[in-house]
Ligand binder design. Structure first.
Ligand SMILES: [Zn+2]
Length: 249
């Protein structure tokens, strides 16, 4: 058992949110009970996750996607009211870390995805150095796409402007990082892997003779939260469970 403020201090110490310019507040987003025994982690603070955490007896929830984002109008109505009502009614704290959780060098989303893909990061690139690059050996774009598909257990979208060419340098950034494509190419990558694709990236892949793979926002971002939560829970003697709420996006 630990005090909520001590748990916050541990998360902050590990993830160093002050180093990032982010799209929402990192840290404690909703304050619950003072004493915490059981921690549930998940990707997104959706109603389904909150309900599953309540059923699991959680005192606190740790997520990558919290409740509050820049540009929201701030009203607590409808689905937002329901999420917050459930947390407050059960006195559950919500901890959310966005970019700091992507970036942690061992436990973060990008590092954990690299480890699962079997790619060692040799450097970083892009906004706030969030993306990673590593050396790989794939015969062509299809071989890389098949590997990613097998590791993540879901279909991927692969657009290649050089489908016969071997892939030697892979850049990756989890989630909705399709906007980093050009900086990945500038970092010397011949293939870039992220969660989502938008219309322009298909043309860019063809026109730069490179490969773009979208492997799912959720699928690429489901490893960091349980890694950090398990690490902190073990250090503090808390029980922990990761709850996967499937998301096709
Ligand atoms: Zn995300």
């Amino acid at each position: 058992m630990i005090q909520r403020q001590d748990l916050l201090a541990h998360f902050d110490g590990l993830l160093q949110p002050e180093r990032f310019k982010d799209y929402g507040p990192n840290g404690l987003q909703v304050e619950g009970k003072v004493k915490i025994r059981h921690l549930v982690s998940g990707v997104t603070a959706s109603r389904a996750l909150i309900e599953a955490a309540i059923a699991d007896g959680a005192d606190a929830i740790f997520v990558h996607h919290g409740l509050f984002w820049r540009g929201m109008d701030g009203r607590i109505t409808g689905w937002m009211k329901e999420r917050i009502r459930l947390l407050l009614a059960h006195d559950i704290s919500l901890f959310a870390y966005h970019l700091p959780l992507d970036a942690h060098p061992e436990l973060g989303n990008n590092a954990q995805l690299g480890a699962r893909l079997g790619v060692q990061a040799r450097g970083s690139f892009g906004e706030q150095a969030l993306g990673l690059v590593g050396d790989v050996q794939f015969a062509n774009a299809d071989a890389l796409a098949a590997h990613v598909q097998a590791v993540l257990g879901r279909p991927v979208t692969c657009v290649s402007g050089a489908p016969q060419q071997a892939i030697r340098r892979l850049a990756w950034c989890t989630g909705g990082a399709q906007g980093f494509y050009e900086s990945a190419l500038a970092a010397g990558a011949d293939a870039y892997l992220t969660g989502e694709i938008s219309e322009p990236q298909a043309h860019l892949a063809r026109e730069t003779s490179s490969t773009f793979i979208a492997a799912g926002h959720h699928a690429t971002e489901r490893y960091g939260a349980p890694a950090v939560a398990a690490h902190v829970a073990a250090a503090l003697g808390l029980s922990h469970r990761f709850i996967e709420i499937d998301n096709p996006a």
